[in-house]
Design a protein around this ligand. Structure first.
Ligand code: C2E
Ligand code: CA
Ligand code: CA
Ligand code: CA
Length: 278
């Protein structure tokens, strides 16, 4: 038994170190990726349900790795968060997205650009200053930027977070709660923070229109958001039946494969030009 215990111990340490080594390799590659500009953004349109028009766009990061091809955010954002590399990566994303939005506003003046932020980025005291500086250097109007955050951020220390949100509000930047309904935080944050928009998580949209619970929850979220004067975006809309339901339910915007997958900057631009020509 003693022998086996030792083997098991060895097994665990070697497995652990294999994982640690893999993480370390990714971390090293991520640092190099930053220096060598291996990140790029895809863009997914947000559609106003009433008019059917593009009203916004969300920037979604990808990593073009020399060794592994295109890597999806779920495979490197968690590591970037653990290592703190999400701070410089997030800054790169913000700058790129703002510059792109300023350019696209010449085609569509009221287009709003949404950028994802990790809770880790809010630990940086200079975040608001950096957002302000980026808006200025890219000549993007602050109300054209939407910051997407998840509920997990709002579970943190609200005495620290309140001034950050107030500064963002003063700047004119929009705040949107991503993956709404999947977190464990209490709803009281909706009262505590100046939130403009709620994005109903894809898991609820999946069940529409067949699942009674999904339907009830979606309707309740829309009613609550509107009562609090927030707009509502449905994410992960893949079917016409979902779009129709959401439109009838008074949901403001939709996003999802039904209208468009995340696409390259070039493809999004030609979509904008097409829309304009119509
Ligand atoms: P998210 O912010 O919730 O983004 C939505 C995800 O759902 C995207 O995956 C998008 O491609 C996908 N999606 C959109 N419409 C549909 C649909 O109709 N059906 C299905 N099945 N999926 C749909 P993606 O691009 O792989 O991003 C995954 C997550 O990675 C994002 O979830 C976000 O949390 C994170 N992420 C992406 N870019 C950034 C970034 O620049 N910074 C940070 N901090 N996180 C990012
Ligand atoms: Ca998002
Ligand atoms: Ca989401
Ligand atoms: Ca998500």
């Amino acid at each position: 038994a003693k022998e086996r215990g030792r083997n098991q111990h060895q097994f665990y340490t070697s497995e652990l170190s294999a994982r640690a080594q893999r993480r370390y390799a990714i971390e090293k590659n991520l640092r190099r990726a930053l220096l060598q500009n291996e990140f790029f953004l895809l863009y997914q349109p947000k559609i106003a349900l009433r008019s059917g028009r593009i009203v916004g766009v969300e920037a979604l990061v990808r990593w073009q790795s020399a060794d592994h091809g295109v890597i999806e955010p779920n495979d490197f954002i968690p590591i970037a968060e653990d290592t703190g590399l999400i701070v410089p990566i997030g800054q790169w994303v913000l700058e790129q997205a703002c510059r792109q939005a300023a350019q696209w506003q010449q085609l569509m003046p009221d287009l709003r650009m949404a950028v994802n932020f990790s809770p880790r980025q809010f630990q940086d005291d200079t975040l608001v200053k950096q957002i302000g500086a980026t808006l200025q250097s890219t000549a993007l109007a602050p109300d054209a930027l939407v910051v997407e955050i998840t509920e997990s951020l709002l579970m943190g220390d609200s005495t620290k977070l309140t001034p950050v949100f107030e500064a963002l509000l003063a700047l004119g930047v929009g705040i949107s709660i991503d993956d709404f309904g999947t977190g464990y935080s209490s709803l009281s944050y909706l009262q505590r923070f100046p939130i403009d928009n709620i994005k109903i998580d894809r898991s609820f949209i999946d069940g529409i229109p067949g699942n009674r619970d999904s339907v009830a929850l979606t309707q309740a979220i829309i009613a609550m958001a509107h009562a609090l004067e927030m707009s509502v975006t449905a994410e992960g809309v893949e079917l016409e039946s979902q779009m129709r339901f959401l439109k009838d339910a008074g949901c403001d915007e939709m996003q999802g494969f039904y209208f468009s997958r995340p696409i390259s900057a070039e493809a999004f631009e030609s979509l904008l030009r097409q829309t304009k020509a119509r």
